[in-house]
Design a protein around this ligand. Structure first.
Ligand code: AMP
Length: 121
């Protein structure tokens, strides 16, 4: 994963990955960690984050990132199935920038489900 010059090593997800802040982890492998969102926006709200120093958002992704970003979506689908969300459905959200309300500059994917989610916007 290329290092984004704007990456802040003290962002909350970096601190969670280093174990400096506790998290309710539901999944981890060599490349990704998933944990429950501290302010859930749905009955099930999980955040999936790449380990290391990924781009801060989708805006700084490059062609070379395509493979691991694809795997991240597959991992999210796997977690959704493990959480029992596959049958009724779920939503994957990747916020980018201020207008989307992105608060953490470490690219991540939200997994939302567990009940009707309403319109996407
Ligand atoms: P975003 O708004 O897309 O940047 O998403 C950041 C998410 O991280 C928000 O939904 C926050 O509620 C969540 N969050 C912030 N701090 C923590 C934490 N310590 N543990 C779990 N989730 C967190």
């Amino acid at each position: 994963m290329p290092i984004d010059a704007r990456y802040d090593q003290h962002n909350v997800f970096a601190r969670i990955l280093r174990g400096e802040i506790p998290s309710d982890r539901v999944y981890e492998d060599l490349d990704f960690v998933a944990f429950r969102d501290i302010q859930p926006a749905a009955p099930v709200h999980i955040v999936l984050v790449p380990r290391g120093e990924p781009p801060t958002s989708s805006a700084t992704l490059r062609e070379a990132d395509a493979e691991w970003v694809g795997r991240m979506v597959l991992v999210a689908a796997r977690i959704a199935a493990e959480q029992g969300l596959a049958e009724r459905g779920y939503r994957l959200v990747m916020n980018c920038g201020d207008d989307a309300g992105q608060t953490v500059g470490h690219l991540h994917l939200h997994l939302l489900g567990g009940g009707p989610l309403g319109p996407v916007a």
